[in-house]
Design a protein around this ligand. Structure first.
Ligand code: G3H
Length: 253
């Protein structure tokens, strides 16, 4: 049975105190209200990871970073490595978010190295992929997203790939209020799982959690998560309000 996961990507939001209030509220609500089998990953800005770690009580909550460098250490001013994240108790790391690809020029080849570093250090990568609106309307968007997966993940062994979580995030749906319909999400998740099966076989592909991200919220989460290949969500805006986020979590539990 593949894992059900709801991850909150705070992006560059919240001061330290605001963030701590949000973490406390989410932890209390999750521990009091969520009975089902779901892993809740909180991904605050890296600056706060150490501080928030002790607040993540209970067996459902995990800590995630929003990025890491591909090298373990060295002269890379301003960067944070996978061993550093591991050393402070981080469990997950988001890699290849479209904002990192767009604003920081991250490439599929570089992301392959980041995935390697995360896995070598016992972190679970949440590997993001997804197409732009232009690609969706005019291009081979399925081929584009498959290539992101091929070029960044297909060097992994069977054992390694089952440790990766994939997040399908159509760029046109991120922060826009334009959610993919549940049918569009299911179609893509099914195709991506078929793509994984082509490389690793069906049994392995069935083990890999594929999350949906892009304007998922308290109103639409249940319908998205009802799709057979949608294993959870990577939530941006709706993860910044405790009640909204926990409603999304409960839709997956
Ligand atoms: O990582 C999260 C995604 O970019 C989705 O963001 P959003 O829920 O604000 O659209």
């Amino acid at each position: 049975m593949r894992k059900k996961i709801v991850a909150g990507n705070w992006k560059m939001n919240k001061t330290a105190d605001e963030g701590l209030a949000l973490v406390s509220e989410v932890v209390n609500m999750v521990n009091a209200e969520v009975t089902g089998d779901v892993t809740v990953v909180l991904c605050p800005p890296a600056l706060y990871l150490t501080t928030y770690k002790p607040y993540l009580t209970g067996n459902k909550l995990a800590l995630g970073a929003q990025n890491c460098h591909e090298k373990a250490s060295g002269a890379y001013t301003g960067e944070i490595s996978a061993p550093m994240l591991k050393s402070i108790g981080v469990d997950y790391v988001i890699l290849g978010h479209s904002e990192r690809r767009q604003y920081f020029g991250e490439t599929n080849a570089q992301l392959a190295e980041k995935v390697n570093s995360a896995l070598e250090n016992g972190l679970t990568p949440i590997f993001c992929c997804g197409e732009s609106l232009e690609m969706r309307e005019n291009g081979d968007y399925l081929g584009f997203v498959k290539a992101q997966i091929t070029e960044s993940l297909f060097h992994l062994t069977d054992e390694q790939i089952t440790k990766v979580v994939i997040a399908y995030e159509p760029i046109w749906a991120i922060g826009t209020g334009l959610t993919a319909t549940s049918a569009q999400a299911q179609d893509m998740h099914f195709e991506l799982r078929q793509h994984l099966a082509g490389q690793y076989g069906d049994a392995v592909a069935q083990e890999i959690s594929i999350l949906y991200g892009g304007s998922a919220n308290a109103q639409n989460a249940a319908e998205l998560f009802a799709q057979p290949d949608v294993d959870g969500g990577l939530i941006g805006g709706a993860s910044l309000k405790s009640r909204d986020f926990v409603t999304v979590v409960k839709a997956r539990a």
